[in-house]
Design a protein around this ligand. Sequence first.
Ligand code: DC
Length: 227
Amino acid sequence: MKIPDIIIAIDGYSSTGKSTFAKKIARKFGFLYLDSGALYRGVTLFAQEERLISRLGTVNPELKHALAGLSLSFGEDGRLYMGPRCIELQIRTMEVSAQVSPIAAVPYVRAWVDERLHDFGRQGRIVMDGRDIGTSVFPQAELKIFMTASEQVRAQRRYDELKAKGEEPLLEEVVQNLRERDYIDSHRETSPLRRADDAFELDNSDMSFEEELAWVQGLIQGKFGIL
Ligand code: DC
């Protein structure tokens, strides 16, 4: 199926499987996949390493100036780099997850990330996932999907992911982190997480990847009249 040079925006709560879904769509249609959350995680790791965020999540205003010296980029393999250093593993730890939402609520951090996301968007044929892609970063995106799944399913997915990476998470802590992030992400002042009015909702609690893919293919066929 050949689809036009569109932007596909995928938003939703934490651990709803957005990135796995987005990667599958990208592979299937030959689009570029971009993970906007990785940039917020990269900024969080940077703030931690520069000691610009306290244990309790208070952000030092110096971060604003320090960002001028931060270079984050995606390698050919889709992994995130800070300058020449691959930071893909570090940005997925519980330590970073625990502080990313307060960092992502800071307006100048969002402006810094948005600037980079808009650069990527110039080329079209991209799938980007995040929290505000369809509402704020690319409100003109031709296809918007809003993903949800039950809390239990999401927590189990996140737990399995961390386990697979060699961490020893407590399920309770994972649930707590999901709740906290969802709360902060949907209640912050600047571009909070919400479903765009023209987004199609996908609850994938009980769906296989094949079913998800069939769902989106049906959507694209209907919307763009392609067979
Ligand atoms: O998708 P993720 O869990 O890797 O995202 C990490 C955090 O980044 C998430 O808790 C909220 C923030 N985020 C955001 O505020 N806006 C986006 N477009 C993407 C992520």
